[in-house]
Design a protein around this ligand. Sequence first.
Ligand SMILES: N[C@@H](CCC(=O)N[C@@H](CS)C(=O)NCC(=O)O)C(=O)O
Length: 209
Amino acid sequence: MSVLLKLWGAGTARTLRPIWMAEELEIDYELIPIGPRTGETQTKEFTSLNPKQKIPMMQHKDLNLSESLAICRYLQRNFKSKNIFLPDDEVSIAKEEEWCNFIYGELDETSLYVMRRHYDLKDIYGDSPIVVEACREYFMRQIHVVENHLSSSKTILKDGFGLADIFLMTCLDWAIFYEFSLPDNVAQYRDRISLRTAYQKAMKINYSN
Ligand SMILES: N[C@@H](CCC(=O)N[C@@H](CS)C(=O)NCC(=O)O)C(=O)O
């Protein structure tokens, strides 16, 4: 059978998301495991697909799509599976949106990725211990929102594991890598979700190089 879905990019928290989503949805896909800052995102071929020169990136039929959240949402809506809860009423759609925006905007972009820029990638973006420390404090403040929420729910949306959980988990793994100590119930959530077969398979695929 010909492969209709191509995913580009491996090796980072952001690239894990579409790979994990594809594994949960049991989609037949081809992975082109290019990495960041290897020159592979700068080639003519890749730049013509994604002028941002960033991974992850998805090709499906005539659609070229970048942004980990947009890709995962597209997969969730187009390849349904009992493994991923798909909200279908206005309130739960809005709640999923709210959580994904919070996780992506506050935990990923505002905290963890800024830490990455000014610590791991300081040779490119500049060394800034003050910024890194401020991001650390900010992340801890925001994670209490998650702690409170998970005290009454096993997954982000009460109806089942889904898109927001994939985003949260990838940020929690990233936070552990940065030696954050997570609140107990958040750590237990992470332990529980990490038992999922699709997560374990996606981790192996994403980090195999
Ligand atoms: N907002 C984007 C961020 C994508 C992004 O920054 N990707 C990084 C790797 S995590 C990248 O491709 N960096 C390559 C480079 O800067 O050369 C998303 O969520 O997909």
